[in-house]
Design a protein around this ligand. Structure first.
Ligand SMILES: [Zn+2]
Length: 379
């Protein structure tokens, strides 16, 4: 995420703080200062918030490490003023695996709350769930209360909360994934209505949560729809078949010529019909800047490129784009290069399908998010 600073790394997962998070800290410092006119009160408030966000990082690690157990990597954990965001590369495909990944986050807060309860009892303190003041009061008791809140809030059975994923995973053991998502999204929107209604008469903050829940449900439903949609389309139907390939011994000037005369950014480098690598536009530019147009394609090309099979389903290859940070993939079949799959082309394909679907009157909305965002778990 842009405007994020890395503050550390745990189990290979980068922990980032978003710039707006510092605004939150600054806001709390300012609020406490203007109310109490004491530096210690302001610092106390800021430290309390940072400890809460420490608990949220542990919550995210609960999701991330459970996902890792099922072979799913987490790209980053980012702290935002509204909570944490673990960017999982994808959600595990099995409903029960999604269930455990979703439950692992809140479970961490349950453990923290119980541990704090234990410490409070052992140190002669009094655990009181009803007691919460921003300033003053027992620090550990307050932290326990916050962790209980985090569990309750996250277990609301609506996207984008963990409870929404738990609900969907439970439904998905009984029905097909898209249908489960649909039912879960509907339930989530029902809850959003309820929040909005109660919020109108009580706390306006509930209106804000209602909006958040409503949008989460919409987005999840659209993504699930798209996921099954692209899931049943073979790569061969979407790939570019009209493209140029380069030979490893050709000079870069040939690549320059091809780039200027055509539409292509990335070129497969082939020996016979076999793919040796890909010369990307960025790599070409770097090589040109370093050694001019006389350098050879083989020295500038990227060799560790993933290769798709034309019989693969599109959903499978889309995650390859993100895992390998590339914009195009060579497509082979039986060891022969048969096409190129580019992000642009996939986007075009989806736009066309969406238009055709609307024409049939059963199409879905515009603005579908790329499936890479699927699986991002908040809080
Ligand atoms: Zn969570």
């Amino acid at each position: 995420m842009r405007w994020s600073w890395k503050i550390g790394e745990i189990a290979g997962i980068g922990i980032y703080i978003h710039a707006t998070f510092w605004l939150l800290i600054a806001f709390i410092l300012f609020e406490d200062w203007s109310q109490h006119h004491s530096v210690s009160a302001a610092v106390y408030g800021a430290v309390f918030v940072m400890v809460i966000f420490g608990c949220i990082v542990l919550h995210e690690l609960g999701h991330a490490l459970t996902a890792l157990h099922y072979g799913v990597k987490t790209r980053a954990i980012t702290l935002l003023p509204i909570g944490g965001l673990a960017s999982l590369e994808r959600m595990p495909d099995q409903p029960l695996e999604e269930l455990w990944v979703a439950l692992a986050g809140p479970a961490v807060n349950v453990v923290i709350a119980i541990a704090l309860y234990g410490v409070l009892l052992a140190t002669g303190g009094r655990a009181n769930l009803a007691e919460f003041r921003w300033q003053g009061g027992n620090f550990l008791n307050k932290l326990m209360v916050v962790n209980v809140w985090l569990v309750l809030f996250n277990m609301i059975p609506a996207f984008p909360m963990d409870g929404g994923r738990v609900l969907r995973a439970l439904l998905a053991t009984k029905m097909e994934f898209t249908q489960a998502t649909h039912v879960a999204a509907r339930i989530g929107q029902g809850i959003a209505y309820l929040f909005a209604l109660v919020g109108l008469f009580t706390d306006p903050f509930l209106l804000f949560i209602a909006l958040f829940v409503w949008m989460g449900a919409e987005q999840e439903a659209a993504m699930a729809h798209m996921h099954t949609w692209v899931g049943s389309v073979p790569v061969s139907q979407v790939m570019v078949t009209n493209f140029h390939a380069l030979q490893p011994d050709e000079p870069l000037s040939e690549a320059v010529q091809q780039t200027l005369s055509g539409w292509q950014y990335d070129f497969p480098v082939v020996f016979g019909h076999h793919v040796l690598g890909v010369l990307t536009r960025d790599d070409m530019m770097k090589a040109l800047a370093q050694g001019g147009a006389g350098g050879l394609v083989r020295d500038a090309m990227r060799r560790d490129v993933p290769i798709a099979d034309s019989y693969d389903m599109l959903a499978k290859t889309l995650s390859m784009f993100h895992e390998h940070h590339c914009r195009s993939l060579p497509v082979e079949h039986d060891g022969r290069l048969v096409g190129m799959l580019t992000m642009d082309n996939v986007g075009e394909y989806l736009a066309i399908q969406s238009a055709l679907g609307r024409a049939k009157g059963k199409g879905k909305k515009d603005g579908l998010q790329p499936p890479a965002a699927r699986g991002e778990t908040m809080l």
